[in-house]
Design a protein around this ligand. Structure first.
Ligand code: PGA
Length: 251
């Protein structure tokens, strides 16, 4: 059975004190009443990583939201994969649409980050998804396929296996406009089918693929009920522990 995952993406929100409190609140709720079949991951700002790792129980994963594309050196302001790993974090969100759009992260840069993540034993949560104009032009399948072909489809089977993929249609992120369960299932089912073509059927059945984009307590249950959707990457609703636990328990 595929691993069910609910990952929070806090983005650039909370200071260290409030973030550690949020992590402690989520940790308590997960321990008290969290669905034990769901792997919970918190994607927090760099500044919070060490403290959040110390705050949560071992069963909760901690993710950075980015890493630098170079190993180390004269790159002022960059945080390397090795630095992230040394905080005790085990995951990193890569290729988020905000990074692709606002910070011009292209496939070339993303590929460097993906290999550095693997070299440092960080599991990438790889994001893909189309903007509104592509969805409206009905070319979203080709668009997402190309994103995968330029990046993670270059990985060996052994590395590919370790990935978590998140499909996040850009028009649904932070807009309150969730993709319908059918739209999300259609794309995630499609992603699974092209993984089967590129690698093999077993691998396509093993890998966890999440949905992200205005997921919240009221719609998570329907989304997670779809056969190919293994959970969610949650932005806004991961900043409230009460909402987040409801999403974790939405299966
Ligand atoms: P949202 O963000 O849930 O606030 O739409 C999701 C994401 O960007 O990962």
């Amino acid at each position: 059975m595929r691993q069910k995952i609910v990952a929070g993406n806090w983005k650039s929100n909370t200071n260290v004190k409030d973030g550690v409190q949020l992590a402690a609140d989520v940790n308590k709720l997960v321990a008290e009443k969290g669905d034990k079949d769901v792997k919970v991951i918190l994607g927090v700002p760099f500044t919070h990583l060490t403290k959040v790792v110390e705050t949560v129980d071992k069963n909760i994963g901690v993710a950075a939201q980015n890493i630098g594309e170079e190993k180390s050196g004269a790159f002022t302001g960059e945080v390397s994969a090795e630095m992230v790993k040394s905080t005790g974090a085990d995951y990193v969100i890569l290729g988020h649409s905000e990074r692709r759009q606002l910070y011009h992260e292209d496939s070339n840069s993303l590929n460097k980050k993906i290999s550095l993540a693997f070299e440092n034993d960080l599991i990438p949560i790889y994001c893909c998804g189309e903007p509104l104009e592509i969805r409206e032009a009905d070319t979203h399948m080709d668009y997402v396929k190309k994103q995968l072909e330029e990046t993670i489809f270059k990985l060996s089977e052994a590395d590919f296996k370790k990935l978590i993929i998140a499909y996040e249609p850009i028009w649904a992120i932070g807009t309150g406009k969730t993709a319908t369960d059918e739209q999300a299932q259609e794309m995630i089912g499609f992603i699974r089918s092209i993984i089967a073509e590129k690698y093999n059927k077993e691998l396509s059945e093993e890998i966890s693929i999440l949905y992200g984009g205005s997921a919240k307590p009221s719609n998570a249950g329907n989304l997670f009920a779809k056969k190919d959707i293994d959970g969610g990457l949650i932005g806004g609703a991961s900043l409230k522990a009460d909402d987040f636990i409801q999403i974790i328990n939405a299966y």
